[in-house]
Design a protein around this ligand. Structure first.
Ligand code: PLP
Length: 369
């Protein structure tokens, strides 16, 4: 007979998921409710309220999509774009490449502004691209997890608005770990995930839409091609006195998000961001003293995702396998162009502690001599 599950606990120091606090697991094991039970509607409202606060927005339509980060990306794009539209996409890694792919699948003409992987997008190049087209949307990734680069949002958002376009942002890795101000920075559509700096399991995608984005959706000429991600339907489930069934919400994941967001607010967003920054600096010093070199220039580094070059003479898979098997530590491999060249070390949410840093540094010291 197949045995009961009994996975070994790991120290999750890759690009996500991150470690999950026992309070979040406890919340997930509380009794099941119906998805239209008034108790559940209240939980949903509280998740929405706490999501607004972590995004620093007053947007009414701020909630969670019932799937991982990519569903938030797809929700923004399928609702905002229709065939014939133009989208300018800043591409500098795997996930911004995915935005360009999905925008194309929506029937939009995609104008790419490419930056070499490991560098940030140059606002001057975006400005040039905007001169030559009439975009409906400018999209970019805040923290590009595949390279470890934090992108300049504010300036590109301003350029998007000057060009009369909406500004869409991927905050999958940045939400809850670094400064992100949806309203102050003029972001019209944004999505994230639960499994990185919020430290809940993967399974929900927090999203938020400005009133301008909602107006654009309301004036579409064509029907949204996705039923599951159609915001005109989802809005009737998320808001209003009478909630309309759209899909069966993953109840236990809402419990998880509820507790994880409560923990973010208990710690305080500012204190949490400071913790991520300070621990990044401690890890950086430790890695550099072991001879590691960072991929990204200091001013563009994501504190929660440290991309370091694999030292010459060491095998990528062999080292990561030893870390996992002998020390129970997971770190991330390079993706795409960086496969076999870099490691991605996450310091996200519950995995962003001095204890994690010390464990990893002492394990690396023993492996890389
Ligand atoms: N965007 C970024 C920046 C990511 O890092 C990821 C996943 O790591 C995604 C999008 C996709 O999210 P998910 O794997 O949760 O669907």
């Amino acid at each position: 007979m197949i045995k009961e599950l009994n996975p070994k606990a790991r120290f999750l120091m890759g690009p996500g998921p991150s470690d999950v606090h026992s309070r979040v697991y406890k919340a997930m094991s509380t009794p099941m409710l119906g998805h239209l039970d008034p108790q559940f509607i209240q939980i949903m409202d509280e998740v929405m309220e706490m999501t607004r606060s972590v995004y620093q927005t007053k947007n009414e339509i701020t909630s969670v999509i019932s799937a991982t980060g990519t569903s938030g990306m797809e929700t923004c794009l399928v609702n905002l774009l229709e065939p014939g539209d133009t989208a300018v996409v800043c591409v500098s890694g795997v996930f911004s490449g995915r935005i360009a792919d999905i925008a194309g699948r929506c029937g939009a003409t995609v104008v790419r502004v490419d930056a070499p992987w490991g560098t940030s997008v140059d606002p001057a190049q975006v400005k040039d691209a905007l001169k030559n087209c009439k975009p409906k949307l400018v999209a970019m990734v805040h923290a590009e997890t595949s390279t470890g680069v934090l992108q300049p949002l504010e300036e590109i958002g301003r350029l998007a608005h000057e060009a009369g376009a909406l500004f869409m942002v991927d905050a999958v890795t940045s939400l809850g770990g670094t400064v992100l101000k949806v309203d102050d920075w003029g972001i019209d559509a944004i999505y994230s995930c639960t499994q990185k700096c919020l430290s809940a399991p993967p399974g929900l995608s927090p999203v938020s839409f400005s009133s301008k984005a909602l107006e654009v959706m309301d004036s579409r000429k064509t029907k949204i091609q996705s039923f599951y991600l159609d915001l005109t339907l989802l809005r009737k489930y998320w808001t209003g006195a009478k909630r309309a069934y759209h899909h069966t919400a993953p109840i236990s994941m809402f419990y998880a998000a509820h507790e994880a967001l409560r923990m973010v607010h208990e710690e305080g967003l500012e204190a949490r961001i400071k913790r991520h920054k300070q621990n990044h600096e401690i890890l950086r010093d430790g890695l550099e003293s072991l001879g590691f070199e960072f991929l990204v220039a200091p001013q563009f580094r994501i504190p929660m995702l440290n991309a370091v070059k694999i030292p010459a003479g060491y095998d990528d898979v062999a080292v990561r396998t030893r870390l996992l098997n002998e020390y129970n530590i997971e770190i991330g491999a390079g993706l795409g162009d960086f496969a076999g060249k870099i490691w991605r070390i996450g310091l996200m949410g519950e995995s962003c502690t001095i204890n994690h840093i010390n464990l990893l540094l002492s394990a690396l010291k023993q492996i890389i001599k």
